[in-house]
Design a protein. Structure first.
Ligand SMILES: NC(=O)c1ccc[n+]([C@@H]2O[C@H](COP(=O)([O-])OP(=O)(O)OC[C@H]3O[C@@H](n4cnc5c(N)ncnc54)[C@H](OP(=O)(O)O)[C@@H]3O)[C@@H](O)[C@H]2O)c1
Length: 313
């Protein structure tokens, strides 16, 4: 059903996840791509999305477009995170159905799981409790997106699958001081401290929160693997199956960046969920596992930041 000439629409091709998937698909020999920036096609506008699908008729859709942000952005704009993501995914999924898309892969997030979820988090724990309040809007939207895929499959016989990646980092990450996620924010802080000879780097919170971190290119590999090899109503956790504390992450970044000062903890800042580790056995049983170890991925990410420094300063 899928061949190397299939017309593939990558929604969000400029983002960290979307660009990694774009690279992976090209590397695997796919050649027929459709892309639009959010300026060219705002996916929150239903009529525009319908028009686009009607005219372009993609065969495969990778839904990696979303309103994404760090903990402060989520706290400050919960309505935007809920509204934009509900609109983007509902419009794309419904247009995909209306215009005969053969396969769709929806990118969710590990935020879908309850705050007090047993660790590691298995797919079956979904909706067993309340999600983390600091990113409730985003999480509710992601749950709805995954459910929408499952329910379109049930009602209409479509082939839409969902993946739930853990925290991603890597090439194309956002190093903006306000919008960055934990890895990019940590790299930036240590780099700036190094070039300004600052004696301390401030770590948000207690440093004890634990996060599972996956190199974005590995997530892309899993996404394409499932696109090619899975049809059905299961969704898949995508991660490494191990986690690090924020302090451990900070110490590796410190070494990768070459910073020689000390860490200082700002306890007034939120930790977010105490731990977010996923059980990825459903995916490993399907034959996929990650390749890039954290230190190696952080080195590549730091190099990319240095090469693209002007963009963020
Ligand atoms: N980053 C992570 O740690 C992480 C972890 C788990 C899951 N994910 C999932 O991966 C997906 C992508 O995340 P990311 O980190 O790659 O985010 P990102 O770098 O911020 O990229 C998001 C992309 O979405 C597009 N977009 C946003 N609003 C849009 C709109 N209204 N219309 C059209 N396009 C729009 C943007 O397009 P333009 O660039 O053209 O504006 C951008 O390319 C999301 O679904 C996210 O939930 C990410």
């Amino acid at each position: 059903m899928i061949n190397k000439d299939s017309k593939i629409y990558i929604a969000g091709h400029n983002g960290m996840a979307g660009s990694a998937i774009y690279r992976k698909l090209k590397e695997k020999g796919y050649s027929n791509f459709l892309t639009r920036t959010s300026k060219e096609l705002d996916l929150t506008i239903q009529a525009d999305v319908n028009y686009f699908f009607d005219n372009e008729r993609p065969e495969i859709v990778i839904l990696a477009a979303a309103k994404v942000g760090g903990i402060m952005a989520n706290i400050q704009s919960p309505a935007t995170f809920l509204y934009d993501n509900l609109m983007i995914q509902s419009n794309v999924i419904n247009s995909a159905y209306k215009y005969g898309v053969k396969k769709l892969v929806f990118l969710g997030s590990s935020c879908i799981y309850p705050r007090d979820c047993p660790q590691p988090m298995k797919e079956e724990y979904l909706l067993d409790g309340k999600v983390e309040p600091t990113n409730e809007g985003y999480a509710i939207a992601k749950i709805a997106g995954m459910k929408l895929c499952q329910m379109y499959n049930k009602q209409y016989g479509t082939d839409y699958i969902s993946i739930m990646p853990c925290n991603l980092y890597g090439i194309g990450d956002n190093f903006d001081p306000v919008r960055s996620h934990v890895v990019a924010a940590t790299i930036r802080k240590f780099h700036e401290a190094k070039i300004h000879n600052a004696p301390i780097v401030t770590v948000w919170g207690t440093g004890t929160a634990r996060r599972e971190l996956l190199f974005a290119d590995d997530m892309a590999d899993a996404c394409v693997y499932l696109m090619e090899n899975y049809s059905g109503n299961d969704f898949f956790n995508v991660g490494t199956g191990s986690d690090v504390s924020i302090t451990e992450l900070s110490l590796i970044v410190k070494e990768v960046v070459g910073y020689e000062g000390e860490l200082f903890y700002d306890f007034s800042k939120p930790d977010g969920m105490p731990q977010k580790l996923m059980d990825c056995s459903r995916l490993t049983e399907k034959g996929w596992t990650y390749k890039t170890e954290l230190r190696e991925g952080l080195k590549k990410t730091y190099q990319w930041y240095l090469d693209n420094y002007e963009k963020f300063n």
